[in-house]
Write a protein that binds this ligand. Structure first.
Ligand code: GAR
Length: 189
């Protein structure tokens, strides 16, 4: 039986794409059953259409509070028998409803060697700090911002911090795509 995954994403969705590709190729023994986004303009929506994967937009503002927002998402996840929630650039904190329903089953990826540089623009934070030790972390999600038990980390040493930030970001993203796939493979297969 293939595990059923839900991917949560707010933006480009390049990590989501790497996971979708790995599922399609049988590298990860799972199906991406649904993509959930909080951003109606996210590029991930176009990817979902192209991949023929159901995509639901949940705008938090439409709900009275986080509880009702997450309860609505949970209904859908339950109906689809989702076992794992994979955050891939989902820029929102997960609350008690989903944390309680999915203990140790919600994963996040972050572009730094956590606990360094939590939050937004982690790569820029490292560069601004003149720190050439970048990296990628995959961790279980808890109620904090990029906190939670670390599962895998990979260090990326940047020789020249004066490179255009886009080049540095591309290096980090390519490590992210590989590390998310191998980690999911270990956890799920
Ligand atoms: C990734 O670099 C991911 O690590 C980061 O957002 C980017 C999403 O890219 N996540 C965080 O910073 C979480 N705090 P993608 O949409 O192309 O996968």
């Amino acid at each position: 039986m293939k595990a059923q995954l839900a991917i949560f994403a707010s933006g480009n969705g390049s990590n989501a794409q790497a996971i979708i590709d790995a599922c399609k190729q049988g590298i990860i023994n799972a199906d991406v059953a649904i993509i959930i986004t909080d951003n109606p303009n996210a590029f991930i929506i176009k990817r979902a259409v192209k991949e023929n994967i159901e995509c639901k937009i949940f705008k938090p503002k439409v709900f009275t509070d986080k509880l009702s927002y997450e309860k609505e998402i949970l209904k859908l996840l339950t109906a689809l028998n989702i076992e794992w929630i994979v955050l891939a650039g989902y820029m929102r904190l997960i609350g008690t409803v989903l944390l309680t329903a999915y203990p140790k089953k919600i994963l996040n990826i972050h572009p730094s060697l956590l606990p360094k540089y939590k939050g937004l623009n982690a790569i820029k934070q490292a560069i601004d700090n003149n720190d050439n030790e970048l990296g990628v972390t995959i961790h279980y999600v808890d109620e904090g911002v990029d906190t939670g038990e670390i599962i895998e980390q990979e260090k990326i040493t940047i020789e020249d911090l004066n490179l255009p930030i886009e080049e540095i970001e591309a290096m980090v993203h390519s490590v992210e795509h590989k590390l998310y796939v191998t980690t999911l493979q270990k956890l799920i297969n």
